[in-house]
Write a protein that binds this ligand. Structure first.
Ligand SMILES: *[C@@H]1O[C@H](CO)[C@@H](O)[C@H](O)[C@H]1NC(C)=O
Ligand SMILES: *[C@@H]1O[C@H](CO)[C@@H](O)[C@H](O)[C@H]1NC(C)=O
Ligand SMILES: *[C@@H]1O[C@H](CO)[C@@H](O)[C@H](O)[C@H]1NC(C)=O
Ligand SMILES: *[C@@H]1O[C@H](CO)[C@@H](O)[C@H](O)[C@H]1NC(C)=O
Ligand SMILES: *[C@@H]1O[C@H](CO)[C@@H](O)[C@H](O)[C@H]1NC(C)=O
Ligand SMILES: *[C@@H]1O[C@H](CO)[C@@H](O)[C@H](O)[C@H]1NC(C)=O
Ligand SMILES: *[C@@H]1O[C@H](CO)[C@@H](O)[C@H](O)[C@H]1NC(C)=O
Ligand SMILES: *[C@@H]1O[C@H](CO)[C@@H](O)[C@H](O)[C@H]1NC(C)=O
Ligand SMILES: *[C@@H]1O[C@H](CO)[C@@H](O)[C@H](O)[C@H]1NC(C)=O
Ligand SMILES: *[C@@H]1O[C@H](CO)[C@@H](O)[C@H](O)[C@H]1NC(C)=O
Ligand SMILES: *[C@@H]1O[C@H](CO)[C@@H](O)[C@H](O)[C@H]1NC(C)=O
Ligand SMILES: *[C@@H]1O[C@H](CO)[C@@H](O)[C@H](O)[C@H]1NC(C)=O
Length: 826
């Protein structure tokens, strides 16, 4: 999800360029650069975690969480800062820290943030217990500049009073270590109520001073969904570090922003219902330790089912293990994931290596594996459960296709969770946030995700625990059943299927939802229908195939050939039930739109598109671009229009509907222009700094887009087709341990000079020939997942500097439905 502040991006960027980085520590980049250089000549096992810069995307609204996490960890441990910090942490050193907490999401554009519950803040209270600054505002502190440090499985930050906060984690638990200045008495304030969006709706806490254990739990609200839905969360803090620390004082506190500041020394219970008037409650525990130990280590378990489960999670996942043990365990789990794609480290440009492994890291950071940690209607499920599926509109394009290359087991578990939501709710999740149903963006994009799984792993589906019949039933439910409220699941299916487009001003008599984004919803629904069409083909559902094949062409119904903009004719537009188009300026809601208006989920978004302009969304027909080219006036006009789109500034790299547009030239038989465009897009929007991604990471949508660009491939989601662009590295190997196969891609003729924004004359980068397992392909532009990634083998992508000699696809263009493409399910 792109956040609603996206159109202030330009301003933020200007600010970012002129500010001096004060976080993280400069040692972080130095360490990574040294490791990448040293790896060139390394022998033996490579520690890939060394190449990961977890701070990429922690500024410029990237909303990345750099906290300690294992792959798909439910716990992502980081500090919570003031200001715009949806993932808790941001580099901006003008903001203050109010504590460190175990639950976060990475990359989401939920403006006021997600999770951040159960904060702990270390304090120095020279005046004693009653003088401690316990309230949220009073305890905030600046950081020491240039000291934040983190790497996969480890996070550290130092406050301006010299206290260092460190964390490491397992799936559902973690250790926090606080290092105090010499000779000071350690105090910790624990927060029962506060979360990032400030949604506490009641909860309770118990201190057991003998055990040194504090349990707490409560209700909070969604970060991206209806405010009337609440989720439950629980934590269990163990304060004695296996008996090596001794509690001194303990008690409770409450506070508000108007002067309430009360403490109860020796009290052990809090129990609150929802506060119905006034602001959010502030409350929690306050403890001190005997003596002046320099370090205090606390263990925490979290759970979404009960406080007892939270304690059990800490006991089973951490037990007596030391901080260093848990860091090492986490690092090993990360290496298992990161080594799934091995770059030729000696010959890959250093920044490419860092961008690549940092992206791959984020590709395994979310969604959050909350299997066995379910609540509400999911209680009792025997299926996997993943939280933070927000939103499918963001992730179907590149996230799951990357997963298909390397990680069918993890992919199948997430697909299992999507299908289970259909069993429980009747529709698959579109935006699951904080265990709750969140706002729908484009439609039922989960269809493309589970469809992509079916197309790539149908032969292994049963072994992977997926019943294709259930998968198919879930697809049909999304496509045909109108939910009572399509704002939180499913589609506005009735009228869409009746009219062949989502009509503006539709007459709905037994379902509700926001009647906006009619143009973009039609485009997304019809692409989702393409994914269903493919699964119908796969499963020999002949009549469904015909239905969904037709529906996949519904994009045509919102194409208004009479609309002109900048001399180009034909744009997607919204349309009434009687068929009349309603004009919106195609520039509206583009990055260069100078009129202030609503472009997101607001009820006064009248442009017909979601977080995009018609200029941007009019390209979105990935399954039938051949026909789109015809509609837009032929190949030459299409290419000129693409050039104009980029040159004029309508393109927004940080927005999902724009992801495949740079490769649009392939479809007009000019693949070298896609190569030039992708180099430009990468180097003008991505780098290795905290501001190094162009928008919200959106649950690694952005990270996986960049990963595909660097690998020189681009996926057509919901299908098995891959487009060939031009790798940024001379060689890489993709391992698929479930299939027990490896695929090595060699860029023959690779010239490192081509790896920059503008490919210089004479630098080879343009694809001349593609050879798979010794056989030269007839097309330079595309191949199929089954040609090689399914069986393993070698791909040789031969590149040349002679652009004009190779500026065509050869025997075949990438596929389109209307020219006979996608006619076989492999
Ligand atoms: C790696 O080895 C090559 C020669 O084999 C040498 O030129 C280069 O300096 C070495 N690089 C590093 C980082 O040690
Ligand atoms: C951090 O550096 C900024 C300048 O970038 C300065 O204004 C601020 O006072 C410093 N903060 C601390 C805690 O030293
Ligand atoms: C507690 O201290 C003992 C003795 O120093 C040490 O062996 C043990 O590992 C410590 N326990 C923890 C949990 O740190
Ligand atoms: C908290 O109070 C409610 C009544 O408001 C009661 O039902 C509940 O059992 C109490 N919980 C605890 C943990 O004491
Ligand atoms: C690598 O990234 C850094 C930081 O963005 C940049 O200063 C440097 O120019 C980049 N190097 C190359 C070769 O692109
Ligand atoms: C999720 O957690 C479950 C339970 O521990 C585990 O079996 C599964 O492998 C995990 N999956 C991923 C993708 O982390
Ligand atoms: C679909 O039909 C083809 C050809 O008859 C057959 O090989 C394949 O097994 C069938 N697939 C399914 C899922 O029934
Ligand atoms: C699909 O579209 C074709 C051409 O418009 C039409 O003849 C056919 O009846 C449609 N099939 C279905 C199942 O809607
Ligand atoms: C179609 O419906 C719209 C909205 O009700 C109306 O403004 C328009 O005039 C109608 N067009 C025709 C041709 O009736
Ligand atoms: C807004 O953009 C239009 C078209 O680019 C331009 O003519 C107009 O002067 C701009 N208006 C403002 C207030 O910048
Ligand atoms: C675009 O070019 C391709 C390849 O030359 C050709 O097959 C196709 O018909 C052209 N499209 C149009 C609309 O002219
Ligand atoms: C592509 O490969 C063929 C067969 O090996 C070769 O004849 C041809 O020269 C190659 N094309 C280019 C542009 O390198």
């Amino acid at each position: 999800m792109a956040c609603s502040t996206q159109f202030f991006l330009a301003i933020v960027l200007l600010f970012a360029l002129t500010s001096v980085w004060a976080q993280p520590s400069p040692q972080v980049q130095k360490r990574i650069s040294q490791a990448i250089k040293a790896a060139a000549n390394a022998t033996g096992d490579i520690d890939y975690t060394q190449f990961v810069n977890v701070f990429i995307g922690t500024d410029n609204d990237g909303d990345v969480c750099p906290g300690a996490s294992i792959p798909f960890g439910m716990v992502k441990f980081t500090t919570d800062l003031t200001g715009y910090a949806p993932a808790g942490y941001i580099t901006d050193n003008t903001q203050t820290v109010r504590g460190m907490s175990p639950l976060h999401d990475s990359g989401t554009g939920a403006g006021s943030g997600s999770y951040g519950n159960f904060e702990v803040m270390p304090l120095l209270c020279p005046g004693g217990f009653d003088t401690c600054t316990t309230s949220v505002e009073a305890r905030e502190r600046f950081r020491k500049n240039n000291t934040d440090d983190a790497s996969p499985g480890y996070f550290s930050l130092t406050l301006d009073n010299g206290i260092q906060l460190e964390a490491t984690s397992t799936r559902r638990a973690g250790l926090e270590r606080f290092t105090f200045p010499k000779k000071s008495k350690p105090f910790l304030v624990l927060d029962l109520a506060n979360d990032l969006p400030g949604t506490f709706a009641g909860g309770s806490m118990t201190i057991d001073p003998t055990k040194g254990r504090i349990t707490m739990g409560g209700l909070w609200g969604s970060s991206w969904g209806p405010g009337r839905f609440n989720y439950e969360a629980f934590a269990c803090y163990d304060l004695l570090n296996g008996g090596n620390q001794t509690l001194d004082e303990f008690g409770v506190w409450t506070a508000d922003t108007n002067g309430l500041d009360a403490k109860g020394l020796g009290m052990t219970q809090l129990n609150f219902t929802r506060n119905l008037i006034g602001g959010v409650y502030e409350s929690g525990a306050l403890v001190s330790f005997q003596g002046t130990p320099e370090t205090i280590t606390v263990r925490v378990g979290v759970s979404f089912s009960s406080a007892d489960q939270a304690c059990a999670n800490a006991e089973s996942e951490i037990g007596d293990a030391s901080f260093e043990d848990i860091v090492a365990q986490s690092k090993a789990l990360w290496n298992e994931k990161l080594s799934k794609i091995e770059l030729d480290l000696a010959h890959t440009p250093l920044n490419v290596t860092e961008m690549f492994y940092s992206s791959l890291y984020r590709a395994f950071l979310t969604p959050n594996n909350a299997t066995d940690e379910v609540q509400g209607p999911f209680v009792g499920t025997t299926h996997h459960y993943f939280d933070s599926l927000y939103c499918s509109w963001d992730t179907f394009r590149t996230f799951y296709p990357l997963m298909a290359l390397t990680s069918p087991v993890e992919f199948s578990q997430i697909v299992d969770s999507y299908i289970d939501a259909w069993r429980v709710h009747g529709w698959m999740p579109e935006c699951r946030a904080n265990h709750l149903r969140g706002w729908t963006q484009g439609g039922s994009s989960g269809d493309v995700i589970v469809g992509h799984f079916a197309m790539t792993y149908h032969d292994e589906a049963a072994a992977l625990g997926i019943d294709l019949n259930d998968l198919y039933s879930a697809l049909l439910a999304d496509a045909d059943q109108t939910p009572p409220n399509w704002d939180i699941e499913g589609r506005e299916a009735g009228v869409y299927n009746q009219f062949g487009f989502v009509p503006a001003s539709a007459l709905e008599t037994n379902s509700v939802g926001r009647q906006t984004r009619e143009g973009s919803r039609t485009l997304e629904y019809s692409f989702e229908d393409f994914a269903i069409r493919n699964v119908a083909l796969l499963l020999n559902k002949t009549s469904d195939f015909e239905t969904f094949n037709n529906r996949s062409l519904n994009y045509r119904n919102v194409f208004d050939s009479s609309v002109k903009s900048d001399g180009f004719a034909g744009f997607m537009q919204k349309r009434f039930m009687n068929g009349t188009f309603t004009f919106t300026d195609p520039v509206a809601c583009s990055p260069i739109d100078n009129v202030s208006r609503s472009c997101s989920l607001q009820d006064d978004n009248v442009v017909g598109f979601y977080e995009s302009s018609s200029w941007e969304y009019s390209w979105f027909v990935p399954h039938d671009t051949a026909h789109l080219i015809q509609l837009m006036g032929g190949n030459d006009t299409f290419v000129k229009r693409l050039d104009h789109f980029f040159e004029k500034g309508y393109y927004y790299a940080g927005n999902e509907p724009s992801f495949q547009t740079p490769i649009g030239y392939h479809y007009a038989n000019h693949p070298t222009q896609s190569v030039d465009r992708v180099r430009d897009v990468v180097f003008s929007n991505f780098d290795i700094t905290p501001a190094g991604i162009p928008g919200n990471d959106d649950q690694a949508a952005m990270a996986t887009l960049l990963a595909f660009h660097l690998l020189g491939l681009y996926p057509v989601p919901g299908s098995t087709e891959l487009l060939v662009v031009s790798p940024f590295t001379p060689k890489y190997t993709v391992h698929n341990s479930f299939l027990n196969v490896s695929t090595t891609v060699t860029t023959q003729g690779f010239d490192a000079r081509s790896v920059q924004q503008t490919i210089p004359k004479g630098a080879a980068a343009y694809v001349a020939n593609v050879t798979i397992n010794g056989a030269r392909l007839a097309s330079r532009c595309h191949f199929d997942f089954y040609d090689v990634f399914k069986t393993g083998g070698d791909i040789i992508i031969e590149v040349t500097a002679d652009k004009s000699a190779v500026d065509d696809c050869g025997a075949s263009l990438p596929m389109s439905v209307s020219t006979g493409g996608f006619s076989v399910a492999r």
